[in-house]
Design a binder for this molecule. Structure first.
Ligand code: FES
Length: 162
């Protein structure tokens, strides 16, 4: 299957402000070989453009857990691995593949406990007056958000919000 095509994404996960945004060049297709990913920044928006097994995709270069840059992580097939907390996301649908080790709320608001390695004792239960523990527990891990892209004349063009 050719991979130098835009990867389709769920319409409801399109980033705000991109519906009517013009497509503008982000980088040369030749600079993004299959299996690679890179950060492209404009003003204060940092995008991750990834060349997956099934197509090219643009999403924010911020993990939807605690905002670590995906570009410092790893791309494996269609899965983005965050460099922090072992979180992993499927770029085909924006869903969590591996929930971050710190636990927290899923996109649907379901609480996921802190991860412990097999054979290790479970972490102590939350103490309600511990602000860090409460912050971890209330951190919602959202689905990825997508920026439409197209490929024209050897360039990857992205719909940059105004
Ligand atoms: S910041 Fe990515 S898993 Fe925590």
């Amino acid at each position: 299957m050719p991979t130098a095509v835009p990867l389709p994404f769920p319409g409801e996960l399109q980033a705000p402000g991109t519906a009517d945004a013009p497509f503008e060049p982000a980088l040369a297709l030749a600079d993004l070989p299959p299996g690679s990913m890179t950060r492209v920044s404009r003003d204060d928006l940092d995008l991750l453009i990834a060349h997956t097994d099934e197509g090219i995709v643009a999403t924010e270069d911020r993990c939807p857990h605690m905002a670590a840059p995906f570009s410092e992580g790893r791309l494996e097939g269609c899965t983005l691995h965050c460099p922090l907390h072992r979180g992993a996301f499927d770029v085909r649908d924006g869903e969590v593949v591996t929930f971050p080790t710190t636990g927290g709320l899923s996109a649907d608001g379901v609480y996921r406990p802190t991860w412990t390695p097999d054979g290790s004792p479970a972490k102590a239960p939350l103490r309600p007056n511990d602000p860090k523990a409460r912050a971890r527990a209330l951190t919602r891990v959202r689905r990825l958000r997508y920026y439409p892209l197209r490929i024209r004349d050897g360039a990857i063009e992205v719909a940059w919000p105004r």
